[in-house]
Design a protein around this ligand. Structure first.
Ligand code: FMN
Length: 179
């Protein structure tokens, strides 16, 4: 089924529910042009500098970090409820050693506005151009968050991705996890 253009605010509650349950899939190409996918559970959709944006948090140890540093763009792919295995695989193996599109039998339909892979099987695809990045600064971060999320350091880099396009299946609302 062909995806249709939607507003970036559409399906907001269902997307947040998916983000905080199975996670969503961030796509980026590496320097050799191989598409990589990584599950994220933390992120935000909003309006910043007057732009629709996804803010994602990526630890420097992730291969995805290297991919986005190279490409300057990414996609956010919201999986359907039956794609939880793909989220588990993409959240526990690295594109350094694996081809996760092949491992998960997913199709890269390629983003239309940025040079990043997009998951054809996803319910919703956001295409994002990085307009800003900054690193979590431990000296400014709440101590409880540091002891909960950063026992091994590896402080996230935040990528602010201007949303250039959003596409969804017509029945995306039904195919996302119920809220
Ligand atoms: C549900 C879930 C949510 C995750 N959220 C994040 C996240 O927000 N940021 C991050 O850096 N890693 C997160 N991870 C870990 C990465 O997905 C994982 O380390 C992955 O194997 C990295 O792949 P890569 O090396 O190909 O980039 C999450 C993992 C899971 C299972």
């Amino acid at each position: 089924m062909a995806k249709q253009k939607i507003a970036y605010t559409d399906h907001f509650a269902a997307v947040m529910n998916t983000l905080t349950s199975s996670g969503v899939l961030v796509g980026a190409y590496d320097a050799a042009g191989k598409g990589n996918l990584m599950t994220i559970g933390w992120g935000a959709i909003g309006s910043i500098w007057g732009l629709p944006a996804w803010i994602i948090l990526v630890r420097p140890s992730r291969y995805t970090y290297r991919c986005i540093e190279h490409s300057g763009c990414f996609t956010v792919n919201v999986p359907t409820a039956d794609m939880h295995m793909a989220c588990a695989v993409c959240g526990s193996t690295s594109g350094r050693t694996r081809d996760k599109f092949a491992d998960c039998k997913l199709t890269d339909e390629k983003a239309q506005t940025v040079l990043a892979p997009a998951v054809a099987e996803a319910a919703i695809i956001y295409e994002c151009q990085v307009v800003h990045r900054n690193d979590v600064q431990p000296e400014r971060l709440d101590g409880e968050i540091i002891s909960g999320a950063y026992t091994a350091g590896d402080f996230h880099r935040l990528y602010y991705g201007k949303i250039l396009a959003v596409r969804a299946e017509a029945d995306a609302g039904d195919r996302l996890r119920s809220v």
